[in-house]
Design a binder for this molecule. Sequence first.
Ligand code: TRP
Length: 326
Amino acid sequence: MGKKRILSGMRPTGKLHIGHYTGALENWIKYQGEYENFHLIADYHVLTTNLDTSEIYDNTIEMVIDWLAAGLNPGESPIFRQSQVKEHTELYLIFAMLITAARLERNPTVKDQVRDLKIENITYGHLGYPVLQAADILLYKGNAVPVGEDQVPHVEITREIARRFNNQYGKIFPEPEPLLSKFARLPGLDGNAKMSKSLNNTILLSDAPDEVNKKLRKAVTDPQKIRRNDPGRPEVCLVFTYHQKFNPTEVPEIEKGCRSGALGCVDCKLKCAAKINEFLAPFIEKRNYYESHIDEVKDILADGEKRAKEEARKTMSEVHKAMNLG
Ligand code: TRP
């Protein structure tokens, strides 16, 4: 028995933040040995909410640099753009026949996006977001997909499409499972439940130490802790959540100090920034290397795309045969 396969993916939106790390990348890295991995750059998915493609290539390169700096191993696992493997669009078309429009209209993640982005009339392509994602996963016969909570409905649609295909044409596809990350969400610096580029409340993986210090100084804390010695409530404070992630050993002490009022927010933030900077230091060093070796990054993509294409062709020839489209 070979290793099970993971298909992991992200839309290329530029430099990544620490929420991307805790919600996704950390998990991808953790599973590297145990599974065979394919790392997809979902560039076509960007078009569902943003038609301006002028920065798509630069954003892709920035994201790949972050992936590499975080520790993805491209020698082991291909890193590739969806748009460069034509089989994605072909399988997407076939899959589009296997799911009803009503089922897609019920997808809560797409519904949330429509609400948040105030989209009045959804495009056909945006409604098909999970169908393209199903093609991404099943083209490589992914058994597992490391995702945050919000992506679970998409994986469920993938499973339904796989089942429908297998019943109709013969068993080709696995029914993939979501692999949920423990720290799926990291709150933003403004107290928002989610760290997000569009909310401008992020700490980037590439932020220099003084930038991290500056950002944390401005972070929102418990609004009831006004003076240094006021008792605070760690459970409502995003800085405390960051401590839990980046400074676990000091958490009991910080919790006690905050509650009693012995620890002020300024000191607490300084400690937190120092830990985040410690965490980011090796990352930034690796990032600097890739920034000055962009050709190496491009070669990694070209190589990953070649390997992904081979795998995609194999699956599509099985699909063609099963469907009498050979
Ligand atoms: N929808 C995913 C996201 O927004 C990105 C994605 C596209 C993806 N295709 C995928 C994730 C396949 C996992 C598997 O993060």
